[in-house]
Design a protein around this ligand. Structure first.
Ligand SMILES: Cc1cc2nc3c(=O)[nH]c(=O)nc-3n(C[C@H](O)[C@H](O)[C@H](O)COP(=O)(O)OP(=O)(O)OC[C@H]3O[C@@H](n4cnc5c(N)ncnc54)[C@H](O)[C@@H]3O)c2cc1C
Length: 457
């Protein structure tokens, strides 16, 4: 059955981390006009929009309530080749934009580590990419969007029109309304290759030194941190930085500067037992990865492998076993980042949790988004399989992050407490006031919003 309008299907649902899994009533509108009908039908006590479920935790879940799957709203509405402004429905995925517009010389202005997210989901999380230090979040490139309010009105929001709602919605995790469509300014590029420099760093000091000194020369910068290195080597990493390759950077014999990206080659068809990722495996993987790459400069790398290495393995989230995993992503302000990240990694080591993937980026200035994640500083993200005691360990780490003036990213979160959340997001009251005004009857809610006390039960 294809649930649309007032029809729903009830089934267990999860985000990308497969933790938690919750029973939700799923509605799947086919057209923009149907979204309002579902909301008005009040077939469920509340609703939350759902894009492609690439947020890791419960941001797009609504236990025993309604979830509005919006990936059928996937039409391109217009493109202006002069200004590079694309207008599309909110369920269009970044993969669809790349597929259609990359061969025509346009790329996303900001992209996460997967292209399987929707435009609506990306705005609602106010996503950042490897270029935050230079370009900021996606919100900087949104000219405007049309928001269906819980009261049924369609509101045009931009940094100048309905400004407060715009900045509550960018990063607002779907709680202010349903983004129906958006106008996004794409960037023009000359090829689908990136010119990459790879450098090893000895520890955090070395990594911060290099990133602080020369990140500005690169549009994209990311460090892969070996979380198991100890003592003076804590924070040793592989720094991967690059710029889009211009026509002049390409070999003269290259026929097509925009080859079509390959489809995923591998997939994980079943749940691997979590033992497959035990500490030993992780240590080995880390060491291998670290040794394989010497310092390499000006390497031409295909855009897909540079931005989306994990997309090449379909359903890689199953590698963490049936219990799933949490991606713990924090940002610490510039002045505290070094000390805070050292303590954080030490605590994780003591708890014998083995992060499989730890990725560090440098953030530029924060924007006016009320619940937007980035602040000037360094962010670290790591995957942690769900095993006994993980939640307690993360709550402990949350306190540490707070002590250092940092915060946790909602798009990845599954466990933060309402108390820590309120302390991490100082504009929460402003957000609540706007939410109350735009949604007095509490039509939009999510499991995350209730857990974090953004809305009442
Ligand atoms: C491998 C991987 C790498 C990632 N890398 C990054 C990264 O580098 N940077 C980064 O910032 N994020 C990153 N993410 C997180 C991801 O970009 C965000 O979680 C994004 O919001 C997912 O989009 P989605 O369409 O899947 O939305 P969902 O996960 O389905 O929903 C996310 C939020 O958006 C809301 N939402 C969805 N659609 C709408 C709509 N139309 N209107 C209003 N609200 C809506 C939902 O209610 C929910 O609160 C990564 C995720 C993965 C799996």
């Amino acid at each position: 059955m294809s649930p649309s309008n007032g029809d729903s299907v009830t089934r267990p649902l999860s985000g990308w981390g497969r933790f938690p899994v919750e029973r939700c009533h799923i509605f799947r509108p086919e057209k923009r006009a149907e979204v309002g009908k579902v909301l008005a039908s009040r077939s469920a006590p509340s609703y939350i929009p759902f894009g492609l479920g690439r947020s890791y935790g419960d941001a797009a879940l609504n236990s025993d309530r309604g979830v509005l799957m919006l990936n059928r709203l996937n039409r391109f509405l217009s493109i202006d080749p002069q200004t590079a402004v694309l207008e599309c429905e909110s369920g269009v995925s970044l993969a669809e934009i790349i597929h259609f517009f990359l061969p025509r010389g346009f790329f996303l202005p900001v992209t996460p580590g997967t292209k399987f997210v929707t435009v609506g989901g990306a705005i609602a999380s106010d996503i950042h990419g490897k270029n935050h230090h230079r370009d900021g979040t996606l919100a900087n490139f949104i000219l405007d969007f049309k928001l269906l309010t819980p009261g049924g009105e369609v509101l045009l929001c931009s940094p100048t029109t309905n400004r407060e709602v715009f900045w509550a919605t960018c990063g607002g995790m779907g709680l202010t309304g349903i983004i129906l469509s958006a106008a996004v300014r794409l960037q023009r590029i000359e090829s689908s290759y990136v010119l990459v420099d790879l450098q090893k760093t000895e520890n955090f000091d070395d990594a911060f030194g290099l990133m602080g000194e020369s990140d500005d020369q690169y549009q994209y910068s990311v460090a892969w941190v070996d979380c198991l290195a100890k003592g003076k080597s804590t924070g040793r990493s592989l720094l991967i930085r690059g710029n889009h390759a211009a026509t002049a950077d390409l070999p003269p014999n290259l026929v097509n500067p925009f080859p079509v990206p390959a489809e995923p080659r591998l997939s994980v068809p079943f749940d691997l037992p979590a033992i497959g990722l035990n500490r030993l495996t992780v240590r080995l993987l880390n060491a291998l990865y670290y040794r394989r790459h010497a310092t390499v400069m000006q390497q031409l790398v295909a855009l897909d492998s540079f931005f989306y290495p994990l997309d090449a393995i379909g359903d890689w989230n199953r590698m963490y076993g049936r219990k799933g995993f949490v991606q713990y992503q924090v940002v610490l302000p510039l002045e505290n980042a070094r000390d805070g990240l050292l303590v954080l990694l030490e605590k994780l080591r003591q708890s014998r949790r083995a992060p499989f993937l730890a990725v560090m980026k440098r953030f530029g200035e924060a924007n006016p988004g009320l619940l937007s994640f980035p602040m000037k500083g360094y962010t670290l993200a790591m995957d942690l399989p769900v095993t006994g005691g993980l939640v307690e360990v993360l709550h402990d780490l949350d306190k540490l992050v707070l002590d250092y003036g940092g915060r946790v990213y909602l798009a990845k979160d599954a466990v933060l407490t309402a108390e820590s959340f309120a302390a991490m997001y100082p504009k929460l009251d402003e957000f609540r006031a706007i939410k109350e005004k735009i949604d007095p009857r509490g039509v939009l809610s999510s499991s995350m919003a209730r857990r974090l006390g953004v809305v009442k039960d």
